[in-house]
Design a protein around this ligand. Structure first.
Ligand code: PPS
Ligand code: MG
Ligand code: MG
Ligand code: MG
Length: 355
């Protein structure tokens, strides 16, 4: 008998791999069709196109499942200058392996269908049933800067993450590659780069090269053991408005961490610590009102936990993906190897005045 969620995992990885062909095209284009959303954050033709391709694969394979996705069609309905290039990209992007492309099935029929497909991601989420959550480009600011970004897809069942997939086109394939050497403004998806991280609950976490056809062979990943805090380092957001970097510096000092933090956009942070290229992911709230979105964390949360890590918020509670489109009951994120998570949490709470 096939292992649980085998089909979901295969479709999810192929869907991410196909959508990454599209985002990589846009990544290398000068004009990325960038517009501002209502919250002033950027979105590009790559975000819309990748979301449409991923949802089309889910619609064809799991038609009864709900979908919570970051983007929606509203802005495209009134803007054909934006709509047309997205449709062109979606229409022309196929996996190079016919059998794999057939497995994904469906596709997007025309421009009207494109808008319809995008809006299938507007489910409110919640505690009941199967819900897929999609971040077509996580770290859009990183994507625009030429840095790290990720395509994130996860399946929740009754609020728990069962399958998580992260496509990271600009990370090195090699799990052993030192983290610090692989970030920065000029990383691209040149040869030797592009990795898919994946996990199924209870079955461990895996990395494999991000290809353009069928899936490459995967291998097990594990977090690095932290035996001495002085040799560990934090992995943090690039954008200082997404995570409080001065509090993180105080926490590092109290823990005896001497290395500078590695700053990296997107859930590539979760993937990097899960494969042992980094140690601890810290995301400290910068405002009392911002609620983290489930698509920014679901895949990464499972991948880190299945690689031997623990993921909680700054209150020490597990991330709760069953309360809707946001992590409304959580505050910040601490992801660390299970053996040191308790110590990191303790110091986070001291510095934030939570104890
Ligand atoms: N104020 C605030 N606080 C915390 N988080 C926020 C905030 N605003 C936005 N976001 C979300 O951050 C997502 C990207 O954050 P990252 O940590 O990946 O990268 S970064 O280094 O900060 O760019 C980013 O994901 P994308 O929109 O997919 O790029 C946002 O969902
Ligand atoms: Mg995101
Ligand atoms: Mg996004
Ligand atoms: Mg966004």
């Amino acid at each position: 008998m096939a292992s649980p969620y085998a089909r979901e995992l295969e479709i999810a990885q192929l869907a991410v791999q196909r959508a990454a062909i599209l985002t990589k095209r846009v990544f290398h284009e000068k004009a990325k069709g960038t517009v501002s959303k209502d919250d002033a954050s950027p979105v590009t033709i790559g975000d819309f196109g990748a979301q449409a391709l991923i949802i089309a694969a889910l619609r064809a394979n799991f038609p009864g499942d709900a979908i919570v996705a970051e983007e929606e069609a509203a802005q495209l309905r009134s803007d054909d200058k934006l709509r047309e290039p997205i449709w062109g990209l979606v229409r022309d992007t196929k996996l190079e392996d016919d059998a794999a492309e057939r497995l994904l099935g469906g596709g997007v029929k025309d421009v009207d269908d494109l808008l319809e497909v995008l809006d299938l991601g507007r489910s409110p989420g919640g505690r009941k049933g199967r819900v897929w959550t999609i971040d077509p480009i996580d770290g859009t600011k990183g994507f625009l800067r030429g840095g790290q970004y990720a395509l994130a897809l996860a399946l929740l069942e009754d609020g728990d993450v069962k399958v998580g997939v992260l496509g990271c086109p600009n990370l090195p394939v090699d799990d052993e590659a030192p983290l610090a050497a692989d970030i920065g403004a000029n990383q691209t998806d040149a040869e030797g780069r592009g990795v898919i991280f994946s996990a199924v609950v209870g079955q461990g976490a895996t990395s494999r090269p991000l290809g353009t056809g069928g899936l490459a062979q995967g291998k097990r990943i594990k977090m690095k053991e932290v035996t001495d805090m002085a040799s560990a380092s934090f992995c943090e957001s690039v954008e200082s408005c997404h995570s409080n970097q001065s509090e993180a510096a105080q926490i590092a000092q109290r823990l005896g961490i001497t290395k500078p933090s590695v700053r990296m956009d997107s859930q590539a942070k979760y993937g990097s610590i899960a494969r042992g290229a980094g140690d601890i992911y810290l995301r400290l709230p910068t405002s009392k009102t911002y609620q983290e979105k489930i698509w920014d964390h679901a895949a990464g949360d499972l991948i880190v936990r299945e690689a031997g890590g623990q993921v909680t918020d700054t209150k020490g509670q597990r991330l709760d993906f069953g309360v809707g489109r946001t992590l409304a009951t959580n505050s910040g994120v601490i992801a660390a190897p299970a053996a040191v998570h308790g110590r990191v949490l303790e110091v986070v709470q001291e510095v934030l005045g939570l104890k």
